[in-house]
Design a protein around this ligand. Structure first.
Ligand SMILES: CC(C)(COP(=O)(O)OP(=O)(O)OC[C@H]1O[C@@H](n2cnc3c(N)ncnc32)[C@H](O)[C@@H]1OP(=O)(O)O)[C@@H](O)C(=O)NCCC(=O)NCCS
Length: 200
């Protein structure tokens, strides 16, 4: 998936075969024209303080920088999450870390929280990672003070694997994160996602 700067957003949406569909959402590759919508959603300390790399305040130039940098690795797959009407509500995807492992990450604009969107999007990205991208294991993490993210991971079948200390750019400080792992075998046995929900 590559950033398609030279094509209008509507064109990309209409023809891109790599978009993922869920019941309520479309996950599509970002394009340069998304910068304004991304900046408007991300410029909130409640998002920045729960992620490692997002600055705060977050302006248009930060969005441009992010859009230029993402999906640089052939096995990265970061998507913008949109409602079927086209509104951008967040981002979700898998990136390859320096240690060669795949990390699931996501954020949702605060006005869209607690409607199940992160879980719905994460499940689509996870399915894509295990099927199309061929990963056998995914990792993720949630700041210890972030029960919503931990709950999303649990609802997707992730299992706790330890604790780590991570630098958080927006607060210029480190904070402990719970680390989680999802193995192919677990994903496969929960593939009917209803089972993951009921197991929790
Ligand atoms: C974490 C985040 C993506 C969740 O998005 P969301 O769309 O609201 O998530 P969902 O609605 O799919 O699920 C949230 C779950 O957490 C629960 N939850 C939310 N706030 C909670 C809280 N304060 N305490 C306990 N549970 C909470 C919800 O009830 C829901 O669980 P349920 O379905 O069992 O009721 C969103 O809060 C966010 O973007 N946070 C900032 C960025 C971030 O943390 N990203 C992840 C970094 S690893």
């Amino acid at each position: 998936m590559t950033l398609q700067e030279d094509r209008p957003a509507e064109t990309v949406r209409a023809i891109d075969p790599s978009a993922l569909q869920t019941a309520r959402l479309t996950l599509r590759p970002p394009c340069f024209e998304d910068a304004r919508a991304v900046a408007a959603l991300v410029n909130d300390i409640r998002i920045a303080q729960n992620t490692t790399l997002i600055p705060y305040p977050y302006g248009l130039s930060d969005a441009h920088e992010w859009l230029r940098a993402i999906n640089g690795n052939a096995r990265d797959a970061t998507y913008l999450i949109t409602l079927h009407g086209g509104d951008v509500i967040g981002a979700c995807g898998v990136t390859v870390r320096a240690n060669g492992k795949a990390e699931l990450g996501y954020w949702i604009g605060t006005q869209y929280w607690r409607q199940g969107y992160a879980t719905e999007a994460a499940r689509a990205a996870i399915d894509h990672a295990f099927t199309e991208l061929g990963w056998d294991e995914l990792q993720s993490g949630a700041r210890i003070s972030n029960p919503a993210s931990r709950r999303v991971l649990e609802k997707c079948g992730f299992q706790w694997s330890g604790v780590g200390l991570y630098r958080i750019r927006s607060i210029a400080s480190s904070a402990p994160f719970d680390r989680f792992r999802l193995e192919r075998g677990i994903w496969s046995s929960l593939k009917d996602w209803g089972k993951a929900e009921h197991a929790m």
